[in-house]
Design a protein around this ligand. Structure first.
Ligand SMILES: NC(=[NH2+])NCCC[C@H](N)C(=O)O
Ligand SMILES: [Mn+2]
Length: 307
């Protein structure tokens, strides 16, 4: 099946202000060196690399009132929101090269606003080991990369929940979380209270990735803007060691490929985050190369013989 894709813009956001390990600030370069741009061009995609955004350095401080580096997190997310929003305005597909996952807030805030403006339905696929639904009261770490989904749903400080003006940026029923296997105690209660649709690893083990993806993509139609927020720690650490917060028991290579292929089949992906890649922890950039490999599948490169 060959499909034409909208023009893509790569946006680097070299920061780890939201993370508990430093190094994901080097993610954008590692993805470029692994050949992300070239791989997409090879797929026939029109690609512009917008280079890297600018923002405050990581002050590497302890939490203040339950948040680490909140002002810096706000500044980076504002820059991301503006950059992602500008690409969507131009009819381009933004691919955010993180950076840690706190940036999903800026990215998805821009996407949600674009959907409201254009009358599209929003569907977010959150591929992750973690639910990232903490608040400053329940967070075990104060790291804001554990909070973006809560903030998007209106739970968090005004500076983050109102990044795009109105709050909440998104409704809980607009997101599907896949690959989840590490949720903190207080976080779990909030996830249940907000009724998030979580496809955790136990469920994936029991019913299989194919059915999980069918369920997660149910209702995606021609009017849907599909946003994929791909936290690299979604993948099993045996194939993707280059992340700060590894959790064993993630999807294997084939399961991950199937996820990407089934997303590609919808033809509806219109924006993408690739986050949490930490080259400092990686081995010879293999996690970055795997991420590129999976992104190729998101753009229709199939491992099957039948097409
Ligand atoms: N995007 C991530 N890697 N999130 C990890 C979050 C880990 C933990 N739940 C915390 O809040 O500190
Ligand atoms: Mn995450």
């Amino acid at each position: 099946m060959s499909r034409t894709y909208p023009p893509v813009s790569l946006i680097g956001a070299p920061t780890d202000v939201g993370a508990g390990h430093r190094g994901s600030r080097m993610g954008p370069e590692a993805l470029r060196i692994a050949g992300l741009g070239e791989a997409l061009i090879k797929r026939g995609v029109d690609v512009i690399d917008r280079g890297n955004l600018d923002g405050p350095r990581n002050p590497w401080q302890k939490p203040v009132d339950g948040y680490r580096h909140l002002p810096e997190v706000v500044a980076w997310n504002r820059a991301v929101m503006d950059a992602v929003g500008a690409e969507l305005e131009e009819g381009r597909m933004p691919i955010l090269l993180g950076g840690d996952h706190c940036l999903g807030l800026g990215s998805i805030t821009a996407v949600a606003r674009h959907c409201r403006k254009t009358g599209k339905k929003l569907r977010v696929l959150w591929l992750d080991a973690h639910a990232d639904f903490n608040t400053h009261q329940v967070t075990p770490s104060g790291n804001v990369h554990g909070m973006p989904v809560a903030c998007l749903c209106g739970l968090g400080p005004d500076a983050l929940t109102r990044l795009g003006g109105e709050a909440p940026a998104m409704r809980p029923d607009e997101i599907r979380q896949i690959g989840i296997r590490s949720v903190d105690e207080g976080e779990k209660r909030l996830v249940q209270e907000y009724g998030l649709d979580v496809y955790d690893m136990r469920y994936i083990d029991e019913i299989g990735m194919k059915r999980v993806m069918e369920e997660a993509l149910e209702g995606v139609d021609d009017d849907t803007h599909l946003h994929v927020s791909f936290d690299v720690d979604f993948l099993d650490p045996s194939i993707a060691p280059g992340v700060g917060t590894t959790v064993p028991g993630g999807p294997n290579y084939r399961e991950a490929q199937l996820v990407m292929e089934m997303i590609a089949d919808t033809g509806r992906m219109a924006s993408l985050d690739i986050v949490e890649l930490n080259p400092i922890i990686d081995k010879r950039n293999r996690t970055a190369r795997l991420a590129v490999d999976l992104v190729e599948s998101l753009f229709g490169k199939s491992t099957l013989m039948r097409d």
